[in-house]
Write a protein of this length. Structure first.
Length: 157
């Protein structure tokens, strides 16, 4: 008896690739935030301090890494949960994700101003867009891309 190697992915291969893709999107969101932080803090010399003098906090590299990872994990979980809905929850996902991004922009508005405000808003938008677009694209590719409706009277090829 000889055994042969079959390069066919197991049934779970698609789900595994989807999980790896989602993990990549979450990691990319953190990487985007880190790149912006590096541009703002070490390169431009901006001090990302939020809050008033008594309760001020510096936005450090650890926070810039951890917060997108936590937000990304939550987004991943929500997207995976919504995919179990009959239509994949695409509309619910988009409404919810854009609403959360809009609400996240309120945080910097209340605690920062000037260049610090612009830097923090840019980080929020960059992380949010990475998660929204990345997780949406993965969900579409997992379902085989966009669905087309056949024209009336024409058979689907």
């Amino acid at each position: 008896m000889t055994q042969t190697f079959s390069p066919v992915w197991p049934v779970e291969g698609g789900a595994r690739r989807l999980r790896l893709g989602r993990a990549g999107v979450v990691a990319a969101s953190a990487a985007v935030a880190v790149v912006l932080w590096i541009i703002c803090v070490p390169v431009m010399g901006l001090e990302l301090v939020v809050g008033s003098a008594a309760a001020s906090q510096t936005v450090g590299l650890a926070a810039v890494i951890v917060v997108p990872l936590l937000a990304g994990g939550a987004a991943w979980g929500l997207r995976a949960l919504l995919e179990r809905m009959p239509r994949g929850g695409r509309r619910t996902w988009l409404i919810t994700s854009w609403a959360v991004l809009a609400l996240s922009l309120l945080g910097p508005l209340g605690v920062a101003s000037g260049a610090v405000l612009i830097a923090l808003l840019a980080m929020h938008v960059a992380v949010g867009l990475t998660l929204i677009v990345g997780l949406s694209a993965l969900a579409a590719s997992a379902k085989g891309g966009a669905r087309r409706r056949p024209a009336r009277g024409r058979p689907v090829a």
